[in-house]
Write a protein that binds this ligand. Structure first.
Ligand code: NAD
Length: 291
């Protein structure tokens, strides 16, 4: 099935990045969020990020203008019904995602492929709550979407071949590379990455190092481009905690228990860059460690 139009539910950091790459690749995009303010903010972010690409000579000003014109926004979920593909990129909470799929179901055409950008939740379980488990897949983009090359494709137990082939083709048209992951908690990238971040938070919690020394140690000692705490702020501490909870619940191994300090930051609403405070405070000119 040829996909030309894409609906994106959730206009946060992932939703706006996904809209950015799809519109630049010629797809018509309809971006949805329950919070109308997020829609305006997403358009402003996409505009700013594309302008940066124009400045670097990666795209032309004309390509930017046509891509921006292909992105429409709506806070009415039903308007996504006639589109070919829907990508759910809302908050990492299973009940929120289930509600979105329930809200969409009566409006979707029979051919629409339904996907979730979830970082960790079972695709088979999400699919089972929809009217089309065979046309449901995990479609996991990496942050920041315009920069990162990988997309994880996760088939649920019922996903059919045609759906998989269609999404594989979409990934190619975006100029990205697909990796297949089996449907187990957090798939490949986050199964490895997020427990490392959680361990960095334990290292801070136990006083082995400060925010600065932990990040510097991993940058200079393990050649990571970002320190783990800086990366956690970039991902969002609520998302990191949600992924640890899915790993802990889904695999039942105590090695995945979320660090209490990670929970405390989330309880404070210090979620990282998106709320301007996390392991660093981003409200001034330079990020300042908060511990
Ligand atoms: P975010 O907090 O930046 O954005 C989430 C958005 O979802 C918000 O704008 C919120 O208003 C919206 N939302 C909440 N409930 C909604 C509803 N019922 N209908 C429509 N919109 C709704 O989060 P994010 O970092 O963009 O993450 C979104 C998804 O992408 C999560 O599933 C996350 O696990 C996944 N993901 C995140 C990353 C990352 O690095 N942050 C990477 C890959 C995948």
């Amino acid at each position: 099935m040829e996909i030309r139009s894409v609906g994106i539910v959730g206009a946060g950091q992932m939703g706006n990045g996904i809209a950015h790459v799809f519109s630049l690749s010629g797809y018509d995009v309809l971006l949805n969020d329950v919070n109308p303010e997020m829609l305006g903010a997403a358009l402003a972010t996409i505009d700013r990020n594309m302008e940066r690409q124009v400045g670097r000579g990666k795209i032309t000003a004309d390509e930017k203008a046509s891509a921006m014109a292909r992105i429409k926004t709506s806070s009415v979920l039903a308007e996504l019904g006639p589109l070919d593909l829907v990508i759910e990129a809302a908050t990492e909470k299973e009940e929120i995602k289930n509600k979105i799929f329930e809200g969409l179901a009566p409006h979707l055409g029979p051919q629409t492929i339904l996907t979730s950008n979830t970082s960790s939740i079972s695709i088979t379980r999400l699919a089972s709550r929809t009217d089309r488990p065979e046309k449901f897949m995990g479609f996991h983009f990496m942050n920041p979407v315009p920069v990162m090359q990988l997309v994880e494709l996760i088939r649920g137990i019922a996903t059919d071949r045609e759906t998989y082939d269609s999404l594989m083709h979409v990934v190619k048209t975006l100029g990205k590379t697909a990796a297949n992951a089996e449907d187990f908690p957090a798939f490949i990238v986050n199964r490895i990455l997020v427990p490392m971040i959680n361990e960095a938070v334990y290292t801070l919690y136990e006083g082995v190092g400060s925010v600065k020394s932990i990040d510097e140690a991993m940058k200079l000692g393990a050649n990571h481009p970002m320190g783990p705490l800086e990366l956690a702020d970039f991902i969002g501490l609520d998302t990191c905690l949600a992924i640890m909870n899915v790993l802990h619940d889904g695999l039942g191994d105590s090695k995945y228990r979320p660090c209490p300090l990670l929970s405390k930051y989330v309880e404070a609403g210090w979620l990282g860059r998106k709320t301007k405070r996390g392991f660093y405070d981003y409200r001034g000119d330079e990020p300042v460690p908060t511990r």
